[in-house]
Design a binder for this molecule. Structure first.
Ligand SMILES: Nc1nc2c(ncn2[C@@H]2O[C@H](COP(=O)(O)OP(=O)(O)OP(=O)(O)O)[C@@H](O)[C@H]2O)c(=O)[nH]1
Ligand SMILES: [Mg+2]
Length: 313
């Protein structure tokens, strides 16, 4: 068994197997994983991290593949992290992704990793940022994080990424409602995907019209609305150009510093929250208090707030 230190050294030397093993340790939040991150973190931060979010089936994985091909054409290296919702379909989806990504999986400058969400509540696992850090430290120019937008995840991915791309598709219920639901606040780039579909142009015009009435430049950045087809590899060059422009924008306006502070705050709090709750659950599972409180709440002898009070007290 190589030590964590060996693995970290090999990671910096560009060894993919070491990267893969470290990712497992980090994803599972093992003591070795934490030790590795301690050594890796200071040497990360150079990658452009891109969050790709949108509803289930919006074509995010296909678009990731298309983006990867265009980025490779421009000689960039990249990591792709796909967050799979814990659902009975995820196995099939994963298989589909693998088939679509076959040409990429054999490319040594591309690294694909899928991660489970944390439990059936969904949401990004707190270890996601560690996985991104490792890919970043490995030397990837770009790290793409694909996640199904289910409310909270979108906000989390936006907190983690330098650039957030929101993917909409015609006929998926991605309409005015979605616009109002706060998506606009997190989108640095808005994409109308599956533009090869017959109703795509109309949808694009509707979206552009709605969007114009909502949008104002945020910190000097006007979110562009782009048309793409991941399947047909169309509009992908413009999307990569927009990614580059957004990155240049945040670098030039020193927003990156402000954003990094926010990212750091988010990560520290997410991990602290997780640890506190894990500790609480562990302590009171052992002494039986959790079950006892839960049973009383279930019998209506106590309300859930009082149950939480007792658990914490
Ligand atoms: N017409 C058309 N279909 C597409 C396009 N991109 C993806 N699809 C199809 O849409 C379906 C979902 O594609 P995925 O790339 O797996 O979408 P996803 O957003 O990653 O899906 P989840 O990860 O399950 O949320 C598949 O049947 C694809 O073949 C596109 O550009 N045009
Ligand atoms: Mg997918």
């Amino acid at each position: 068994m190589p030590t964590v230190e060996d693995l970290v050294e090999r990671l910096f030397a560009g060894n993919r197997r070491a990267l893969s093993r470290l990712l497992t340790l980090i994803e599972n939040d093992t003591p070795e994983g934490r030790r590795a991150l301690k050594q890796i973190y200071p040497r990360s931060g150079a990658a452009h991290t891109v969050g790709l979010t949108g509803s289930a089936g919006a074509g995010k994985s296909t678009l990731s593949g298309a983006l990867a091909r265009e980025l490779r054409r421009r000689d960039r290296t990249l990591g792709i992290v796909a967050i799979d919702p814990t659902s009975p379909f995820s196995q099939g989806a994963l298989l589909g992704d693998r088939i679509r990504m076959q040409d990429l999986t054999s490319d040594p400058s591309v690294f694909l990793r899928s991660m489970a969400t944390r439990g059936n509540l969904g949401g990004l696992a707190p270890s996601t940022s560690g996985v991104v850090t490792a890919l970043d430290a490995f030397g990837m120019d770009v790290v793409l994080v694909e996640t199904v937008g289910a409310g909270q995840d979108e906000v989390e991915v936006a907190a983690m990424a330098d650039t957030t791309v929101v993917v909409l598709t015609p006929g998926a219920g991605d309409d005015v409602q979605a616009m109002k639901a706060g998506i606009m606040e997190i989108a640095d780039i808005l994409v109308v995907n599956k533009s090869d579909l017959p109703n795509a142009d109309l949808f694009y015009r509707q979206m552009s019209a709605i969007y114009e009435s909502y949008s104002a430049a945020r910190n000097g950045w006007q979110t562009p609305i782009l048309k793409t087809s991941g399947a047909e590899q169309e509009g992908i060059e413009a999307l990569v150009d927009a990614l580059d422009q957004h990155r240049a924008h945040i670098e030039s306006t020193q927003q990156r510093e402000a954003h990094r502070i926010e990212q750091a705050r988010h990560q520290v709090l997410a991990l602290a929250r997780q640890r506190l709750i894990d500790q609480l659950v562990a302590d009171h599972t052992t002494d039986g208090r959790l079950d006892e409180i839960v049973a009383r709440v279930a019998r209506r002898e106590m309300d859930p707030h009082s149950g939480a009070d007792e658990l914490i007290a």
